[in-house]
Design a protein around this ligand. Sequence first.
Ligand code: FES
Length: 171
Amino acid sequence: MIPRKVDPRDEGRNVTLEEQIKTILPEQPVGKEALIPLLQQVQGALGYVPEEAVCLISEKTGVPASEVFGVLTFYAQFRLKPRGRNLISVCLGTACHVLGGGKIIEALQRHLDVEPGETTSDREFTLAEVRCLGSCSLAPVMVVNEDTYGRLTPDKAVKIVERYRDNGHDS
Ligand code: FES
């Protein structure tokens, strides 16, 4: 399936999310077996699968929207919300919790103005709570993208996260 190109006449105007999704999906109807590949294509292009994609994929494949939604929520690989350029996972497993993991996540929540599971409005960061990152001897621990940081304090965590803003590190 080759995604359609955006019409050059559209350049310079704001393309709606629905229009964007239509350019990702094939023009012709496809079989049920294309359901997961289409979801993957949308996520690959947008970083998540927005609600708008559910109806459009349902129309293309003939699979009822409720079933498309069921598949989306069943597979952990799919995200229903946009994810930030950087993913911050703060450990709240036992060792990290005892050594102040709660204070780390609170400091980051305040600093980024998001709750765990949310993404900052500039899409720079997604904050997540996790249970044990397997580095308990370094507690309290957080992972930013692929990088592990241990023996954190709230101040240290905020400073580290700020290094990832803009071009600090590529995600
Ligand atoms: S409890 Fe945090 S790394 Fe294990």
